[in-house]
Design a protein. Structure first.
Length: 202
């Protein structure tokens, strides 16, 4: 009878250690602990700001939250009958893996090759750990919601982010895998820093 509690405790510990691993790895790789501006704020409202991906939350927070929602939604669809332990494990593993892999030179170069992300320097340690925690928040919410509501929430967040900020998890993936000039032009149309032929930071 105690085994489920042991598994849950171990998973919570793994989730905590995952956050520690992200922070230590990125700090060792030279990422700043917080924004180099010298202060911390909760929300950055423009994906074109130099402080984007440096604070606690920004428009890309929604993508990480959606990541957590999709772990449950796709996990239950691809592996019918999968339980909390399996899904939680997948969330921890993919969350930690992405935050670390995202900051490898190979992936950073992929981002910089896309016009919208030219000049992207990677996340601050604070932002990367926060992204991971936002992802876990999405996971926990999705686990208790009816799948229909999870689908609706994914659509709502993706559409809202795409319309207001001109980027989302789906658009980021598209532009990294198969860049489309028309999409890039549409995204750049609201970039206050845009200089023709020399787009600025993510």
């Amino acid at each position: 009878m105690r085994q489920p509690h042991v598994y849950l405790a171990l998973l919570h510990l793994a989730a905590f250690l995952g956050a520690v691993a992200i922070g230590l790895t990125l700090y060792h790789w030279g990422q700043p602990l917080i924004c180099t501006c010298g202060y911390v704020q909760f929300w950055v409202g423009s994906i074109f700001s130099n402080e984007n991906s440096q604070h606690i939350a920004d428009w890309y927070t929604l993508s990480h939250f959606v990541h957590g929602l999709l772990i449950v939604l796709l996990g239950r669809w691809l592996v019918p009958g999968v339980g909390f332990v399996g899904l939680y494990s997948a969330a921890i593993i993919t969350g930690v893996a992405w935050e670390i892999i995202e900051h490898t030179d190979w992936v950073l170069d992929l981002f910089r090759a896309a016009t919208l992300y030219q000049g992207y320097r990677g996340d601050s340690v604070l932002n990367a750990v926060a992204d991971y925690l936002w992802m876990l928040s999405g996971f926990f919410l999705a686990f208790v919601l009816n799948p229909i509501w999870v689908v609706a929430l994914v659509i709502l967040l993706e559409v809202n982010s795409a319309v207001v900020a001109r980027d989302s998890l789906a658009l980021t993936t598209l532009m990294l895998v198969y860049p489309i000039e028309a999409v890039d032009d549409w995204q750049q149309a609201i970039n206050p820093n845009r200089i023709p032929g020399n787009e600025q930071d993510k």
